[in-house]
Design a protein. Structure first.
Length: 338
């Protein structure tokens, strides 16, 4: 309340709630920002130039980037009166695992659509999925668009059965989900206002889009395509503009930067350069990367530094988005340990 000069009382306009406040806390944040001096030296980067933001340590059922997106998606689901989270992904999807965990934390039901046949022996994320206990639809091998359609079909079936499903696309890549990375960008800037570049794995592209919206400039983010979807070059800028608007921030400036050269033959393909990146991070920093996302993102970072596309004194943050359970999937375990 304000008292005016004439003694009358004026109402204080209520502060507008920020869209970034419409979340349910699921992640351990702020996540640590750690230096990587030994890996930086191996890449001949300047002292103090290379850092890692540990979003693998968000804590939800093993951690990873999806915890931040799920904070906003679950708040939206509950606000809409939904009772069942529905999403999908590949057999080793981290998003699927973490969605099942978030549903359990919040007392919601969960149905996941896995674009694969049921494996005879569960390994990696599938072990955790089964432990978390969502309804699993084994949909057989589907491409990206087939997986999106199967999620929608499953939500429609549940709706016809009288449930109130909240359908999330692969990777939780809606503007609402990407708000989680607007918040992460602000958290990072508070930890280190000098950050010049964030390097991130691009699956659905939602994490990249949220970071760009939060940092305000495409030039601050280098995405490394892991082969999930073919339309990242259009999706990331469109989603970045959408999420900036949702967050009440200006339209991001600059040109979107995505490196498409390192996923190998297909999504999840084991490559020699990915194994080199996994070994380098483990040997230099005791940092465990995953074979599908962060290993490929590290390949992109190494290539950009070695080829001079990123100057060796650029203050660079590698965003560790999690994914370690996939290392324990049979295919990857026998590829790492030969
Ligand atoms: C470990 C990990 N890193 C990165 C990503 C990519 O995130 P986004 O889908 O937001 O591009 C994913 C997506 O599933 C992931 O599981």
């Amino acid at each position: 309340m304000l008292t005016e000069a004439n003694g009358s009382v004026a109402a204080v306009p209520a502060a507008m709630p920020s869209p970034l406040d419409r979340r349910i806390a699921l992640a351990h944040t702020p996540t640590p920002l750690e230096p990587m001096p030994r890996l930086g030296a191996r890449l001949r980067m300047a002292e103090g130039a290379l850092w890692v933001k540990r979003d693998d340590a968000t804590g939800l059922a093993g951690g990873g980037n999806k915890a931040r997106k799920l904070e906003y998606l679950c708040a939206d689901a509950i606000a809409q009166g939904c009772d069942t989270l529905v999403t999908g992904g590949g057999r080793q999807s981290n998003h699927v695992r973490m969605t099942a965990a978030a549903a359990n934390r919040l007392g919601l039901a969960c149905t996941i659509v896995v674009s694969s046949d049921k494996p005879s022996v569960p390994t990696g994320n599938v072990v955790l999925d089964e432990l978390l206990g969502p309804d699993i639809v084994w949909a057989g091998r589907l491409d990206y668009y087939g997986a999106e359609a199967a999620i929608e079909e499953t939500a429609a079936r549940l709706r016809a059965e009288g449930r109130r499903p909240y359908a999330m696309p692969v990777g939780g890549a809606t503007g609402t989900g990407a708000l989680g990375y607007v918040r992460a960008a602000q958290e990072l800037q508070a930890q280190d206002p000098e950050v010049e570049l964030v390097v991130v794995a691009d699956g659905s592209g939602g994490t990249h889009a949220g970071l760009v919206a939060g940092l305000g400039d495409h030039g601050h983010v280098l995405g490394v395509d892991v082969g999930t979807r073919p339309d990242l070059d259009e999706q990331v800028p469109a989603k970045a503009a959408e999420v900036a608007k949702l967050a009440g921030l200006p339209d991001p400036v600059g040109a979107c930067a995505i490196d498409h050269d390192h996923f190998g033959a297909d999504y999840g393909a084991p490559t020699d350069e990915c194994l080199e990146a996994l070994r380098l991070a483990a040997e230099c920093e005791g940092l465990i990367l995953d074979p599908v996302y962060t290993g490929k993102a590290m390949v992109g970072l190494i290539a950009a530094v070695r080829e001079g596309r990123v100057a060796r004194d650029t203050r660079t943050v590698f965003l560790h988005t999690g994914g370690m359970p996939a290392l324990f999937a049979a295919t990857y375990a026998s590829w790492v340990v030969r």
